[in-house]
Design a protein around this ligand. Sequence first.
Ligand code: ADP
Ligand code: ASP
Ligand code: MG
Length: 436
Amino acid sequence: MKFGGTSVGSPAMIKEVAKLISDEQPKIVVLSAMAGTTNDLILYAGALHKQERVAARKILDRLLNRYLNLVNDLFKTATFRQKGIEMIESHFTYLRGFNRDMFTIHEEKAVLAQGELILTALMQFYLEECKIPSVLISALDFMRIDKDLEPDHYYIRENLNRQLTEHQGTRLFLTQGFICRNVFGEIDNLKRGGSDYTASLIGAALGSEEIQIWTDIDGVHHNDPRFVPNTRRIDHLSFDEAAELAYFGAKILHPTSIHPAREKKIPVRLKNTLHPTSPGTLITSESSGPGIKAVAAKDGITAIRIQSDRMLLAYGFLRKVFEIFETHRTPIDMITTSEVSVSVTVDFKANIEHIVKDLTRFGSVEVSNDRTIICVVGDQISESTGLIERVLNALKTIQIRMISFGSSHNNISLLVKSKDKVEALNLLSEHLFKNT
Ligand code: ADP
Ligand code: ASP
Ligand code: MG
């Protein structure tokens, strides 16, 4: 069971979570940081990078105050209040320590980990105070990524199992989402929103019955509720559909969090902490029937078009183009080709300058920033007649720069200007889901 930031964002919510996890079912509970904490820690790290010490101190003082208030309201007894305050003070003393030293990306990762470490310790104290037996295991002792920054499944399984066998008979384990160690043993993380990934990796490593993601909404909706009014919950999705939605921007799930569950065919259930009796969305390997299920949008996309006369009738050209992206360790999301040009999209922009320089060997290169991929998801979407027509009809007034259709059974991707995203999502909702 994974609880996200808003699910542990206040004393009342922490108490609610404690209730939800304290039944007899054996489980591992993965907790994120309290809502807003990771954002604040990123701001703190940013201020340290820029040597803005006053700003850095202000951010930390504000965050410390939130935690001290939380502790006051959470605990009933002076003993546990004291324990909570001491634990929080020790984390903040550690955080303040970075003010004096050199600050690099490595220290930043250690800073970002503090939110999850504090919250799990607080929950453990609260459960202790309520006399609910539980054991806190540190994700830093079993969650690890390899040299390619991918989860080290073998290491995770072996070390997690070792931790669990050390506490035979325990029914309730707590651990931190998001944080891990890298191949050098340093503190690292699974990227923003990574607690979902932690839960899925743990569920897959242990072959658990179900992976539950508890959040502030009653499941996956057919469109992004942050940009579209009156969105509705989807009861059931296949792993493939959910993976596409997560990868293409449905914030409710971390982009790669479905993969470990899909590999091991472990059902994933999305639930609302505020309405625990609502059924939520169930994600399984079963198809949920043909048709369009949902749309999502992924921002921050750059499109690169390579135009070359030499491409005409040349074999091996695409390989050469892809090799350049491989050399610069940049994944490609979408691709379209014509006789004399290739267009690709990427969202990892750190190496774009080098990529463009290398690509100009083949011909002219055009780069367009601030693009968004709109992803329409549903089972057998490319096999059904008329669906692409409905999508394009809905988007008649939007300029579409690229379309990817047919490569996946369950996805149509369209590249639009980011400024058109909200309009595109709303138009799709109006035309595709009005009567469903
Ligand atoms: P948590 O802190 O629990 O991980 P997140 O903020 O990461 O929660 O994810 C939940 C949020 O995802 C929702 O509040 C909602 O605004 C957003 N969201 C975006 N797309 C969707 C979608 N298709 N269905 C449901 N929620 C979505
Ligand atoms: N606390 C982390 C974040 O805000 C991880 C998570 O919430 O899943 O990104
Ligand atoms: Mg999240």
